[in-house]
Design a protein around this ligand. Structure first.
Ligand SMILES: [Zn+2]
Length: 262
């Protein structure tokens, strides 16, 4: 049997990949991708994400509001989010903090993200987290809350390697995407080396973050079938054998999403 993969963070509701779903899922199966964790990003795509999970056994849904899309919040978003979470076997996300844009409303981001963290605790669901340029605030929130009861993951990790032991202590897994395949991904490669083997996760972030694969043009939409190619380069850069690397990531994903698997 070939190696198996879990795409721990992707967006299959996205219009760039959604119309081609049957073929995309067939290509993923052929590549050994057994499970795809598809994250909604705002209320508008909750229905489509739930529908994808209903149509394809290998798609697991997550519901959440991405920090980029807080303008889309309806007045009863909390109610809606909870309705979807309780109606479906699902995780929480994509949610998080992104202070890249200096004009972003940080207070609102913190309020919305804190609500997601609380739901993860109360409903005992895995949480799919996006953090960019907001590490101090995130760690402050974690310390206030204490370790997660159900594990979570930091998707496409962009922080410094020194933070990793603390994040692991708070029951977080660390996920790597096509970003670590970039020739200039020094910080990412250092982080890759700092993650415990029992905490390492892989994702594509489909349709974004197309990996740098030698000989392949990058201006394409990404998809879950690229996971083996990402793993190959990431394993090399982590100085780990390919099979060993893939097996760790696979086993860790099964533990992380245990409560969502049939
Ligand atoms: Zn994402």
């Amino acid at each position: 049997m070939g190696l198996l993969f879990v795409d721990s963070h992707c967006h299959l509701h996205d219009e760039r990949v959604f119309p081609d779903m049957q073929q995309l899922v067939a290509r993923a199966r052929k590549a050994g991708v057994r499970t795809m964790v598809s994250c909604a990003t705002m209320e508008e795509n909750f229905d489509r994400t739930a529908g994808l999970a209903a149509s394809y056994g290998e798609i697991l849904p997550c519901f959440g509001i991405h920090p980029w899309f807080l303008d889309s919040l309806s007045c009863d978003w909390q109610q809606r989010l909870e309705t979807f979470l309780t109606a479906h076997r699902s995780g929480i996300g994509e949610t998080g903090l992104d202070f890249m844009d200096k004009k972003a409303n940080r207070d609102l981001q913190i309020r919305v993200f804190s609500h997601h963290l609380k739901l993860a605790m109360d409903l005992e669901r895995p949480i799919n987290i996006h953090i960019r340029k907001a590490w101090d605030t995130f760690i402050h929130l974690l310390k206030k809350m204490g370790p997660l009861k159900t594990p979570g993951l930091i998707h496409s990790f962009s922080g410094s390697a020194d933070m990793i032991p603390l994040l692991e202590k708070y029951n977080l897994y660390i996920s790597f995407s096509g970003s670590v395949t970039r020739p200039n991904a020094k910080k990412g490669v250092k982080a890759l080396g700092a993650v415990s083997r029992t905490r390492l996760i892989l994702e594509t972030d489909t349709p974004d973050l197309y990996p740098s694969i030698p000989g392949v043009l990058e201006n394409k939409r990404n998809e879950p079938k690229n996971l083996p190619a990402i793993a190959q380069i990431a394993a090399q850069r982590a100085n780990m054998g390919y099979e060993e690397f893939v097996n760790h990531a696979y086993t860790n994903s099964l533990i992380l999403f245990k409560t969502l698997l049939p």
